[in-house]
Design a protein around this ligand. Structure first.
Ligand code: NAD
Length: 291
């Protein structure tokens, strides 16, 4: 396929590299990244999108996505696919899909889970929203860049699934960190705590796969000085998106709201910026009930 790839940062660059390695012809554009092995670079987003079978975007937020979409859609051919893999607000995903429809372009919102490691290894999970035809067009590319793709429903459904997933992740990580800090103060050995919880009803991805306690369980950012991994500020972004969506549809998310507040304080006032989101554990270690 002829593919345009716009947004070649931490995630986009390795995803594009995997498409090139699979034999696709990829034209890239990024406002900062000006060269990448195996890609032909374009001068503008519009030039990267023109005449492609599929255009993929991997951008920081919904406002930038809307701006890029306005620029590229008029250049795209009817029947082409526009696959946005960024994590953005549901409203932007739906708005961009509506605009695409006017040009006969098949829009798919397809945010990912799996982080930079998954992007490099080609093992991302894609959660997609859009038409059957759009999903079918993008599916072979998801297979190259990932290990699983779920068609969640109409436009916006991919972003909805992503923010719900990450709201669970954000909340369970805090719950796991506060439980470890409590266990410490109760004099419980951390390894014993892990052995019990990871095989009991308190188990979750946060403890079993990404344990926030160093030296316990599988390798995780905790074993690397809490270097991200998944940076706490990205968790703030995703938790804020979940709360914005919850506001719009009047959904009760009290734990989501509390977790957003805690991550925000962590990043803004408590030294969490640039650290993995699981570094909530050393933070809770220092706190007592009054904090
Ligand atoms: P990044 O900041 O490394 O990359 C974004 C890229 O977009 C940058 O290279 C930037 O120069 C480029 N860009 C910004 N504005 C542009 C424009 N107008 N035109 C073209 N390029 C532009 O971010 P990332 O970590 O690659 O994340 C990308 C998206 O993936 C985000 O929405 C993020 O929430 C999501 N995501 C990230 C991770 C992760 O672990 N990093 C995991 C899952 C999802």
């Amino acid at each position: 396929m002829k593919i345009g790839f716009i947004g070649l940062g931490n995630m986009g660059a390795p995803m594009a590299a995997n498409l090139v390695a699979a034999g696709h012809e990829v034209t890239g554009f990024d406002v900062v990244v000006k060269a990448l092995d195996g890609l032909t670079m374009a001068e503008t987003a519009a030039a990267a999108a023109k005449g492609q079978d599929v255009v993929i975007t991997m951008l920081p937020n919904g406002a930038i996505l809307r701006q890029v979409a306005a620029e590229i859609l008029p250049q795209m051919s009817a029947g082409a696919g526009f696959v946005d893999c960024s994590t953005v607000d549901v409203a932007s995903a739906v708005a961009v899909a509506k605009d695409a429809e006017a040009f006969g372009v098949l829009a798919v919102d397809a945010p990912v889970s799996g982080g930079i490691g998954g992007a490099s290894a080609g093992t991302l999970t894609f959660m997609a929203g859009g038409s059957e035809a759009g999903f079918a067009l993008a599916a072979p590319l998801f297979e190259i860049m990932g290990q699983k793709a779920v068609h969640c429903g109409a436009s916006g459904a991919g972003q909805s699934a992503k923010i719900c997933n990450n709201m669970i992740l954000g909340v369970t990580m805090i719950a796991t960190c506060e439980a470890f800090a409590l266990a410490d103060k109760l004099g419980l050995d951390r390894q014993k705590m892990f052995d019990v919880v990871s095989t009991s009803s308190g188990a979750s991805w946060s403890i079993n796969t990404y344990c926030p306690a160093p030296g316990i369980g599988p390798q995780s950012p905790a074993d690397n000085g809490y270097k991200p991994g998944f940076a706490a500020e990205l968790m703030v972004k995703d938790m804020a998106l979940s709360q914005e969506a919850a506001e719009q549809v009047d959904a009760a998310t009290p734990l989501g709201a509390a977790a957003l507040d805690l991550y925000r304080r962590f990043v803004e006032d408590e030294g969490g910026k640039g650290k993995d989101f699981s570094a909530m554990l050393p933070l809770f270690e220092q706190k007592g009930r009054g904090a």
